[in-house]
Structure formats: structure tokens, C-alpha cells
Design a protein around this ligand. Sequence first.
Ligand SMILES: Nc1ncnc2c1ncn2[C@@H]1O[C@H](COP(=O)(O)OP(=O)(O)OP(=O)(O)O)[C@@H](O)[C@H]1O
Length: 766
Amino acid sequence: MGDKTLPDYESENEIIELNRVLHNAMSQVPVGVVVTRIGERRVLVANSEFHRIMGISGSLINNTLKDAFFDIGGKCFYPDSGGINEEQFVHHLMSRNHYIAREYEAQIHQPGGKQLNVLMYSSPVLDDKKEAIAMVTIVQDITRIKQKEEAQLRKNAHLEYALSATVDGLWDWDIPEDKGFLSPRYSEIYGYEEGELPGDIKKWAQMLHPDDKSQALKRLVNIIKEKKETYQSEYRLRQKDGNYRWIRSRAIVTEKDENGVPVKMVGTHQDITREMELKQAQKRINQKLAIEVKRQTKNLETTNQQLETILNESSESIWVFDGQGIVITLNRAAEKSIGCKAQEMVGLSYQILLDRGHINESVTERVLKEKKQISMMQRLIKQHRDLLITGTPVFDDYGQISMVIVNERDLTQLNHLKRELESQRHINRRFQDELTKLNMMELKKQKIIAVSGEMREILSTALKLSELNISNILILGESGTGKGLLAKFVHNNGSRKQNPFVQINCAALPETLLEAELFGYEKGAFTGASEKGKIGLFEMAKGGTLFLDEIGELSMTVQAKLLKSLEDKEVMHLGGLKPVKIDCNIIAATNLDLEKAVKDGLFRQDLYYRLNVFTLKIVPLRRRPEDVMALSRFFLEQYNKEFDMACTFEQLELDKLRCYKFPGNVRELQNVIKKAVVMGGANTINELLNNKKLLKDGIHSPKSIPPSQSLAQRVMAVEREMLLQALETCASTRSLAAFLKTSQTSVVRKLRKHGLTHHLNRKKDD
Ligand SMILES: Nc1ncnc2c1ncn2[C@@H]1O[C@H](COP(=O)(O)OP(=O)(O)OP(=O)(O)O)[C@@H](O)[C@H]1O
């Protein structure tokens, strides 16, 4: 302040007036004003705002500055000049030499406890000599401004915190300047340090995936061109390590220029890589699913077509109803049967079929009511046809009927089929008869003569047993009736005919030898046994038939062993330890009355029962005279051929033969014919039949023996001749013994001595 600011006022009144004006002026300014005298440091003047700021109601006039500021005005006063204390401050401020104007920010702690922020401006008042005589201090209450500033700071701090906490990257962009702010999270998404990424559009464009670039740039340009408010796009941005991340970028325009062109934008980058990966995986799954669905649909279509074809090609009428009895479909046969097209029927209820008089009773109705399959007769009224009709319910997962399938069989057709079947059966019977005839013809080929009913029946039974592959058969019959022949016949007509037929005459061998033959033996099993051992006949007959002739002659020991073998289906070699499995059918034969033999204790009952399950009993020739003529012709032909002869029967002889009850057995008849043929046909059969002597002579007359031989040789020759002659009529050692009036043991011994044992077996083969 200089001269101009303090004019000279002459009168006291003027000074008073001036003082009042100054006071008024000071009281009206919106800042606190205080003037203090330098030196005494007393307050000269302070306006009301200063009082308000300081929180003082009484007058401050004549108080010292110290009082005013520190004792009266507040307890603490800290100038922002850097921590000087109150004494230093006052000294600093009030020193006469110190008259530089200064500005401070400070805090006022009012006596009531209220706290204010103030901006203080202190300036010295200089006298004419430029010495400071007073100090003017202007104090402005800036508490509210300060509060606002602090609030803004806090807000900024929150924003910063929010920015760092959000998972999305934030950006703002000054479009004309091409400058952007990128949040730390933004940089982090792409693997950059905070501040490492520049916020310009060029860098962003460089980071765009080549496939997404044109699209993303186009959208951004459109915002500006089309003056849009918002923006959203999805694209890939390259990370620092070269990998790409999928981003969903959203932005809003925050500022536009006077032409409405966007100049500022803020937005977010949301990392949607995981979401996109899931989306793509989902897409792949969906694509696969779509392919699978397409395939299944195609399959279903094919299946449907197939089902439709099956349905339509079926000769039976088929109807399908739903759970309410409404027609879903029907096949062609059903269309034909009812005389209506499927499209006329589909959607109709069974009730309408009844009402329209197509049918007299509905199986569907009954199936829906009774919930089970039902078959019944139904009359097609209009067609006058009777049908056998079956309704079948189809249940869903809840046990409710979802469909009823009805199929109809036209009984007219069934009857037709029945008739056809009948005629087919008739044809079959004829074929069977033909077959039997053929079989009989086959029998003839096998040289079994069977003209009599008895013999034919036996053969027929034998044939059945062969076909059934019965494993045990017993053949009974007198000696020479054809038991051996029948056994072969059974074998040759069975499934085992390709396999061996092994036979043994049980009467021809002594017990031990028979055992060895039947069951086989191990080496050294007994004296005279073969070095290597031998397999038994049971094993030799593997897969075929073992014929045990003269079974009634078996000793009790062998019977027991035989029974065990039959039951266990295995044999034990003599001297052996391990049983051997057997697989052959057994045919046993005897001319003995086995039942009597059982009673007499000569034959085991259990073996008898075992053998007697299937029995063929051959009737003696004398009880079937019809066969005599046929057999005679058969043998005549056979021996004519064998001896190159041409013997014939005369008609008279044939008549005789037809009813001739030949007293002997077949073998004897065979021998008679043989002798007649051998004798050159000089005698007719008639003579033979009447001349028993020939028969006897034929058998008994020994051939002439040369007289040069010794007695022993001649005895041997006679013995051999007699055995040979006896062998022609006898097939067992027992019958030989009876014929030659000697013991059975002697016969066996003599047959062996002359090497004729095999004759017994050979006779079987004749
Ligand atoms: N029906 C027949 N047709 C043709 N030949 C037969 C007939 N019956 C028996 N023969 C013949 O009679 C002979 C005796 O038959 P076979 O040896 O089979 O009788 P067998 O009952 O076993 O006698 P044996 O009880 O003495 O052992 C054989 O040459 C056989 O060919």
C-alpha cells in the first residue's frame, strides 16, 4: 500500500467515516480479513468472516496475534511451510524486516472442536519509509473444496481398486489422438506387464487373428462412420507368447464431436477363450450328434421300410390299433380282406368298424378290456368269411396298453391247407409202403428168404432195431434156423454197417481161451499168451457189432465178466490193470431155452434180463412151410451156380414143396439141396424128399481111404472125415458132440487137432 491507497484525511470526522466504510466493506467480503500491528502484534481490525472461521464470538481487537491464532483461535496451527512451531511462525511472519507476501494452507481447530481448512494470504502494510507497520491476512475457508478433493481422491482410489480387481480388461480410447488407456488386467490377459502394451489402434490391429482381422476392423470403422453408440465384437487377439485368446469386446462411445462423430470410447475385453473352447467342443459334439441322428434316422427309415414291406408282404391280415382302439395301420392283406383302402380305415375306432357292420365282434375291444392276448372266431359279415383272429396287447413302460396287434387267419385257407396236408400224408404213406417193399427187395439181395408172415415180421422188427441202433439184441431159435444170418442182417442195416461185424461161437472155445479172445490180454498174462498181448473181440468190434453165438454155453465166470463189461461199457484185459472203453453193439444168440437155463441155475438171471430187452425169436422151419419152397429154389440156384449145374424142380415137386413140412432146419434143407445138385441131378428133389436114406447116407458114408496108410494115419483120416461130415450139419461143439456121440471137450480137442476149429465159424458165414 502506498500514498495513493491512504489519502490524507484532514478531519477526524472524515477518518471516522472512512473507518466505518472500511469496516462495512470488510464485513461484506466473503473472506476473513485480519490486520495486525507489527511489533506489538495486536489485532487492529478483523472482520466477521475471520471471527466465524476462527470460531470466536467476542472482539479480537487489541488481542495479540498469538492470542488470536494460537490461544484464542485454536490450539494447533500448522502452516504448510514445513513443520515450524508457533514462535518461529510468528517471528517469521511478524518480523519488521520480513514483509514479503505469502500464501499458506492451514487447518483451524475451532474451540468448539470443529475443524476447518483454510487458505491464508498474508501481506505486510508498509509506511512511507517502506517499513512494515502492519500485517493484513486474508483467510479463505476452503474446507468444502478440500472435502470434495478428498472425496474425489477416495473415488479415484476405489476406481483404481475396481480396475485392478475386475476380470475383464478395461480400455479407453481417444480416437482422434489414437491414444488409449489399458488397465493392468488388459495387459495381463495378453501376457504383458502393466504399461508394456501401447494403447494405440495399430498395436491392437497387429494382435488380431488373421481370420478375424477384417471383420473386427470393419466393425470398429462402422462405429465411427455410422456414428454408433455401442460396439460389441468377438475375435481372437495374439498373446505375447504367440498363442491367441478369444475376446468379447464391448464398448460405448463416451464423447462425440460437434458433428456427432465418436471421439472417445471406453470398453472391456472379456476373456472368453474357455467359453469358446466349450462352444467349439459343443459344436463338434453337436456335429457328431447330427451325423449320428442322421444315420439313426436313416436306419430307422430303412427299418420302417423293411417293416412296412414285411407287413405288406405278409399273407396274413394284420391290423395295428393304438391304446384307445384307433386304427394306426393295416397291411395289404387286411385291405383286401375287408375290401377297403388303409387310408379310409386309419384313424377310425374299432367301434366304427362294428357300427358300419364290417365285423360282428371286436377282438381289440376284448384285448383292451381284458389286457391279455385273445384268440377268437370272427365273421366278416360283408365278405361271408370266417376268420381265426388273434389280438395281442403291447404294453408301455407304465403297464398301459400302447398298441393292439390283430392278425387274422382265413380259415378257408386253413381248411385248404389241411386238405393239402392230408393228401401229402397219403402220399407219404404210399412212399412208406414203397419203401418197405424196396426194403424187402433189399432183403432178398442179402439172401434172406422170408415168404412166410412170421419170417417177414421178424425181419421187419429186426430192421427197426437196426435203424434205432439198439445196443443189445438177443436172437433165439433152434439150431440152423438162421440166427447168424439175422445177426448180420441187423448189422448191415444199421448205421454201423461200415464198421466191423465180429462173431464168436462161445461154445467153440474152452473158458480161458474164450475169455482171452473176448476181453484180450496183456503180454505174459498166461502160459502160451502172445508176447505182445492181444486186444479182445470187444475192441476189435469198435464202432460195429460183436455177435456172441451160443451165448447159453458160457461158463458162469465168463457170464459174470460179460455182464460187468456190458454194464460198465468197458473191459479189463487179462493181466491188465486199466479198463478199456468199449463201443460196440452186442447181438447174442442161442438155441437154448435161456429162461429154463436161468431156472436151472445154469445162466445168470441178471445177464439174461440184460440181454433179453430186445429179442428176435426165429420160428423153426417146420412151422413156416411157405418158406420151404422159396428156400429150396434159392439154394438150388445157389448150388447150380456153384457147381455149374442146371438142376430144376418139376411142377409136381414144387407143389409138394409148397406144403411140405420139412422136419429139419434150414441148414439141413440147404444140405439136402446141395447133395442133390452135387449128385448131378440124376435124382429129382422128389426122390430126395421121399428118400430119408439118401440124407443119412449122404452124411454118413465116409470117403475111401488109401490102404497104404498106417492104422494111426487111417484112424486120423477117418476121424477128420467124420468131423468134416458132422460139421456140415452141426454148427456148435455141443451138437457135434451129440452127433458124434462123444463129449464136448473131446470134440473141441479133436477140432483143434485137425485144424478144423475155424470150420465152426466159417459155417456161420456160409
Ligand atoms: N431165411 C434164410 N434164407 C436163406 N438162407 C438161410 C435162411 N435161414 C437160414 N439160412 C441158411 O441156413 C444156414 C444156417 O443158418 P445159420 O447158421 O444162420 O443158423 P443158426 O441158427 O445160427 O445155426 P446154429 O444154431 O447151428 O448156430 C446158413 O447157411 C444160412 O445161410
